[in-house]
Ligand binder design. Structure first.
Ligand code: TYD
Length: 203
């Protein structure tokens, strides 16, 4: 089983990922949690280029770097784990590229999706949990952590608005794959919806 978590920065994805990991382990599943960008050693270097290097990155170069990270991640970590029967939970996957690079950077959503689909040789998650939140609230939450914003997090509200809208559009287009949860609910309330969906998938 392959599960991705998506959403704009600051919505509380990591908490839900931890809860999902614990829940699936309690059901006897062998679970690995991973992330994009940076789920592999090579990916860590790409992540550093994308988020912490000084200076601009051209939008198409940015899209290709995320796709390169994803290609290596899927080939060397995700597919092997799935082949061993593990449940793989990834913090972000190709929908992030469609939303951030496609909508946020105003590249074509379709082209970005096709590049990513090529990069992963067609692998799509069985479930994608979209943790949805108003960008203004997410920005407040990010500020309250006191952490310095990375290159993407320095973007303005209208960038995150476009990203959020695209995520919601993607969820609407593929209701079978997506579960949308409302990040204004408490972490425990949110997880109730996710656990229900996981139970359905586990059968
Ligand atoms: P993330 O690891 O969620 O950030 P953090 O560690 O700060 O919680 O994601 C890193 C950033 O990369 C985030 O701003 C979203 C962005 N991103 C894209 O723009 N495109 C992508 O394809 C992916 C996977 C992430």
């Amino acid at each position: 089983m392959f599960i991705s978590f998506e959403g704009i920065d600051g919505v509380g994805k990591s908490t839900q990922i931890r809860l999902a990991e614990e829940y699936l382990r309690s059901k006897g599943k062998d679970v690995i949690c991973t992330l994009e960008p940076g789920g592999t050693e090579l990916g860590q270097e790409i992540r550093n280029l994308l988020l912490h290097r000084k200076g601009d990155v051209a939008p198409r170069a940015e899209a290709l770097l995320y796709a390169a990270d994803r290609a290596h991640h899927v080939a060397t970590k995700v597919r092997p784990a799935l082949a061993e029967g593990k449940v793989v939970i990834t913090d972000r996957f190709l929908d992030s590229s469609v939303a951030y690079q496609g909508a946020g950077r105003k590249l074509s959503a379709n082209e970005v999706r096709n590049i990513s689909l090529w990069a992963v040789d067609g692998l799509l998650p069985d479930l994608t949990v979209l943790v949805d939140l108003d960008p203004a609230i997410a920005a407040e939450r990010r500020k309250s952590t006191g952490e310095a914003p990375d290159r993407l997090e320095q973007e303005k509200l209208d960038f995150f608005q476009a990203v959020r809208d695209e995520f919601l559009k993607l969820a609407q287009a593929e209701p079978g794959r997506f579960l949308v949860v409302d990040a204004t609910e408490s972490p425990a309330e949110i997880f109730v919806h996710i656990a229900k969906k996981l139970d359905e998938l586990l059968g």
